[in-house]
Design a protein around this ligand. Structure first.
Ligand code: KIV
Length: 271
């Protein structure tokens, strides 16, 4: 049994092979055991415990407040659920920017305590020494370029990135550096499709897009957004694959009515 589970688990080597074969990679965020189990069973290749948990789980406006220990707590549940997908945990803001040493220590803590397969960090050349040290320490690292929400205060919002040539050139340069440093994959967020396609062709590791067009090796979305749970949030790149907000509210209001009119529980639902 355990041999079967081992063999069916996604690995960074299999992801690289998928890129080489032109097989698209599907990734979604997950933050808890119950939904992660469904997402894993439905066949995603990677589960990302994104620091978007700060928004969708904790209700914060930004990703900035979430901590290493909170990310570890959430990731443990996702790891317990994942039978097939590779589990990536976001390193939160402040956990890798201060020094390379602290970055590696936090990456190792996240892997040891949560049981995840890999970590993700936002940024390019400026965090390269930290990435090199993590890779040397045996931690698989996913990069993240373009719109990097941990820098929202520097960007002044969540608009499209790398529209101008200088920023596009820097992004391509950064992607090549991350690839050479040993990142097993790179996320590109909210950049023009033509640039994302150019980056995808220029690097050997799989590139996963979000709001980066169809030329990437794979796609990622925030689970709550694509399930239609986050009503009112509908950027151009997002497709609702379900309308669960309506389903949930409908079920709950039916339950409330059934309690109020005493039709729940009925005799079959009682001991
Ligand atoms: O935190 C997150 O959900 C992410 C994805 C949007 C890529 O980083």
């Amino acid at each position: 049994m355990s041999v079967h589970v081992q063999n069916s688990r996604m690995t960074t080597a299999k992801l690289r092979q998928m890129k080489q074969n032109g097989e698209k990679i599907a990734m979604l965020t997950s933050y808890d055991f119950t939904l992660a189990r469904l997402v894993d069973e439905a066949g995603v290749d990677m589960l990302l415990v994104g620091d978007s948990a700060s928004n969708v789980v904790c209700g914060n406006q930004y990703t900035l407040p979430i901590t290493v220990d909170e990310m570890i707590f959430l990731t443990k549940g996702v790891v317990r659920a994942a039978q097939h997908a590779l589990v990536v945990c976001d390193m939160p803001f402040g956990s890798y920017q201060v020094s390379e040493e602290e970055a590696v220590r936090n990456a190792i803590k996240i892997v040891k305590e949560s049981g995840c397969d890999a970590v993700k960090l936002e940024g390019g050349e400026e965090i390269l020494p930290a990435i090199r040290h993590m890779v040397q320490a045996g931690v698989p690292v996913m990069g993240h370029l373009g719109l990097t929400p941990q820098s929202v205060n520097q960007f002044g919002g969540y608009g499209l990135r790398a529209k101008e040539q200088a920023e596009a050139d820097k992004l391509l340069h950064d992607a090549k550096l991350l690839d050479e440093a040993g990142c097993f994959s790179i996320v590109l967020e909210k950049i023009p499709s033509a640039l994302a396609e150019k980056v995808t062709k220029a690097v050997s590791c799989p590139v996963i897009g979000i709001g980066a067009g169809n030329g990437c090796d794979g796609q990622v979305l925030v689970l709550h957004d694509m399930l239609g749970l986050n009503q009112g949030f509908k950027p151009k790149f997002l497709r609702y694959f379900a309308q669960l907000a309506e389903e949930v509210k409908g079920a709950v209001s039916t339950y409330v009515s059934a309690v109020k009119d005493s039709s729940f529980p009925n005799n079959e639902e009682a001991y």
